[in-house]
Ligand binder design. Structure first.
Ligand code: UD2
Ligand code: MN
Length: 358
């Protein structure tokens, strides 16, 4: 009897041991599956993060943004022995070679040859893309221009190396107004957009005055989920925002953001107002403006006098008051211009255009 009791308890103990062993194996299996999931999820999460950084996150009303391919697909399905780019990973959100604050001197004499020599990796037309990774964004930089060759040299000298350190896939477009008629900055910017999209699948457009040089390379020339104003602390304005709604200087819009506001007005002739009109457009379409902090957003404006044929536009206040009523008819959908000349240099694509008259 005693033996049979012992045997019974031994049987129970054995069953328990086998059961615990089974539970143990089950736990290991579940943990393993979960680990796989976590790795997969973290990969997805990194993608989502880079989409947020690239401005890919957007409201439900906008057109779908091209999501970067996950790295796994790139290695397996797309790799080929000749095409190295397919083996590359996406560039990191924080480019590794940034230097932070920079000293900007605008007193030395520069030649375009010196600047070309300093930027050996630039391709014809002021194009660049990093060799070691796939850029998070394809960016067209657009500069409205006329008779500011000295300023342009400083811009090229300082900003090209910054854009390369920022690991952008970019192209530089100088939109030069032909003739001596009244200057039209915003129309030149629209032309820059229209010409750039003909050349490459740009996703982001950075519109910059020729005289603004960033003083900190952490201010990345890229787009965000909302329109970005980059030149937040300009020396000329005592390194602070002159007013909260300012959108002039350097600003960045995704293609979707730009098209949503019908681009910029073509009807601001002469100095002023066109930047406030853009701000009105953004707000009226439910967007808001994002900015870097005033340390990262520091800029030097090269000193200059008011140019000839760019006198303050007396109509500007009246026009800004009616942005909402006019914007759907006045913009990239009503843009008319003539290309006079296209010059491809290693440092830039310069497009000389006839913008017409007021
Ligand atoms: C402010 C704005 C600028 C624009 C302008 C009003 C800032 C930092 N800047 O600059 O974005 O809204 O007011 O129109 O808020 N340009 C030429 N040749 C010319 C005239 C102009 O190339 O003959 C180009 C050049 O890129 C220049 C830009 O247009 O940087 C703006 O003109 P500006 O520098 O005379 O205007 P500013 O400094 O008052
Ligand atoms: Mn200026």
């Amino acid at each position: 009897m005693g033996d049979s009791v012992n045997f019974g308890s031994l049987h129970k103990v054995c069953t328990l041991v086998v059961f615990l062993g089974f539970v143990h194996l089950l736990c290991i299996f579940i943990y393993y599956v979960k680990t796989l999931d976590i790795q997969y999820l973290s990969m997805r999460f990194q993608n989502i993060q880079s989409r947020v950084q690239t401005g890919a996150e957007w409201t439900a009303t906008s057109a779908p943004y091209r999501e970067p391919d996950p790295p796994v697909t790139k290695h397996s399905a797309l790799s080929s022995p000749v095409d190295n780019s397919s083996k590359l990973d996406m560039c990191p959100d924080q480019p590794p070679d940034l230097e932070g604050p920079m000293v900007i001197e605008v007193s030395q004499t520069l030649s375009l040859d010196i600047i070309r020599a300093k930027n050996p990796e630039l391709l014809e037309g002021g194009r660049y893309k990093p060799k070691s990774c796939i850029s998070l964004q394809k960016v067209a930089i657009i500069i409205p221009f006329r008779h500011r060759d000295e300023h342009l040299k400083f811009w090229l000298y300082y900003v090209h190396p910054v854009l390369q350190r920022q690991q952008l896939d970019y192209g530089l477009y100088i939109i030069n107004q032909d003739g001596e008629g009244t200057f039209n900055r915003a129309k030149l910017l629209n032309i820059g957009y229209a010409e750039a999209v003909k050349e490459y699948e740009y996703e982001c457009f950075v519109f910059s005055d020729v005289d603004l040089i960033p003083m900190d390379d952490r201010n990345i020339y890229k787009c965000s989920s909302q329109p970005r104003h980059l030149s937040v602390a300009v020396d000329k304005f005592g390194f602070r925002l002159p007013y909260a709604q300012i959108f002039g200087g350097v600003s960045a819009l995704t293609k979707e953001q730009y098209l949503k506001i019908n681009g910029f007005s073509n009807n601001y002739w002469g100095w002023g107002g066109e930047d406030d009109d853009v701000y009105n457009r953004l707000i009226s379409k439910g967007m808001s403006v994002v900015r870097p902090n005033s340390e990262v957003g520091k800029f030097r404006m090269i000193r200059h006098k008011r140019d000839e044929n760019n006198e303050p536009n007396p109509q500007r206040f009246d026009r800004i008051a009616h942005t909402k009523e006019t914007m759907d008819k006045d913009g990239v959908n009503s843009l008319v211009y003539q290309v006079v000349r296209v010059e491809k240099d290693k440092l830039y694509t310069k497009i000389t255009v006839d913008v017409g008259k007021p």
